[in-house]
Ligand binder design. Structure first.
Ligand code: GLU
Length: 319
């Protein structure tokens, strides 16, 4: 191998699907870019099934997602690893955060949170006002008699070392987030005992050696929280690359309930992987209109410049 590959860190990317429904074109797009970004530099891929939420526990859905990824021509070197098998690892990380004195029990209900929160930050994230931050031992014990608590992580004061998080996103460029202003203290464990996505994803990415996280733009605003957790746990955060979202012609974001854009329906309708990848490559200028493109061809044509050239949502015409 060349001297360059000896000095450049090998990329390890990941697929991290939540089996809450069949994969749709938007999920296929971010999976394709994550894979091409790693593979185009000879990097590795990990497949992790994010099934901590009880609504994602259906093994058949996980099986379909794995099958859809392989059908598209994407592959991985490690996994599938299921988050539902890793409860202990997350609890250990939660204990470490507690040991830092940075967590507290929160009893706010969803309705209370929305009523008390400041105008929404980007992407529908509410800004927690610290309602439960100052509860004393006695108040906590009394409330625990009537309802279970969630666990929140304190964010630093804006002027503190981690108060402002700066990072350079591969798709969206330089980002600057002040956690206290942009999200406030956030959940690391839900009141039903489920470890929150923000904590599980950091623990997994960092312990699995993932150093490049590629995903939809809807998760851009989560990255600062994840970088913060990574620092608290003593990990080096990965590089992030967010990709545009796919929307229907009316501007609505594709959701798992849009059956006609899910891989099951597309496969049944006789679409081929090459036709689907061609449709996803075209808005990035990586394919002609209607041109079939294989996964391998997509890797050969791929560049982050192409992704950056298309920052708007991608309007996907129904097949
Ligand atoms: N599991 C998440 C999803 O399917 C993705 C999480 C991530 O990429 O960080 O939407």
């Amino acid at each position: 191998m060349s001297a360059m590959s000896e000095t450049t860190q090998q990329i390890t990317g990941r697929f991290a699907p939540s089996p809450s429904g069949r994969m749709h074109l938007g999920n296929a797009f971010s999976s394709l870019v994550a894979w091409a970004s790693a593979r185009s530099t000879g990097g590795r891929m990990v497949l992790r099934i994010e099934d901590l939420d009880p609504r994602t526990k259906d093994p058949e859905l996980a099986r379909q997602i794995i099958d859809d990824l392989a059908w598209l021509g994407l592959d991985w070197d490690e996994g599938p690893i299921r988050q539902s098998d890793r409860g202990e690892v997350y609890l250990e990380a939660l204990e470490r955060l507690k040991g830092l004195g940075l967590t507290y029990p929160c009893f706010c209900t969803r309705a209370e949170l929305h009523a008390a929160s400041a105008p929404h930050a980007s992407d529908g994230v509410y800004i927690y006002q610290g309602t439960c931050r100052g509860l004393g031992e006695e108040q906590i014990a009394k409330r625990l008699e009537t309802r279970p608590a969630a666990t929140r992580l304190k964010v630093p004061e804006p002027a503190d070392a981690l108060g402002a998080i700066d990072f350079d996103d591969l798709g969206w460029g330089p980002q600057h987030e002040v956690l206290a202003r942009d999200c406030g203290d956030f959940l690391v464990r839900r009141s039903d005992g489920v470890i929150a996505y923000q904590l599980a994803v950091v623990v997994d990415d960092c312990l699995m050696g993932v150093n490049q996280v590629v995903r939809g733009r809807d998760l851009l605003s989560s990255s600062a929280r994840q970088i913060y957790i990574a620092h608290l746990l003593g990990f080096t955060p990965p590089t992030y690359g967010h990709v545009p979202l796919l929307v229907a012609p009316d501007g609505r974001r594709l959701a798992k309930r849009d059956r006609d854009c899910d891989l099951g329906a597309l496969r049944e309708a006789g679409e081929t992987p090459e036709k689907i990848i061609g449709r996803l490559a075209e808005p990035l200028g990586l394919a002609e209109r209607g041109e079939p493109v294989s996964a391998q061809e997509f890797v050969e044509r791929f560049s982050w410049d192409a992704v950056r050239s298309h920052r708007d949502d991608i309007v996907i015409a129904r097949a």
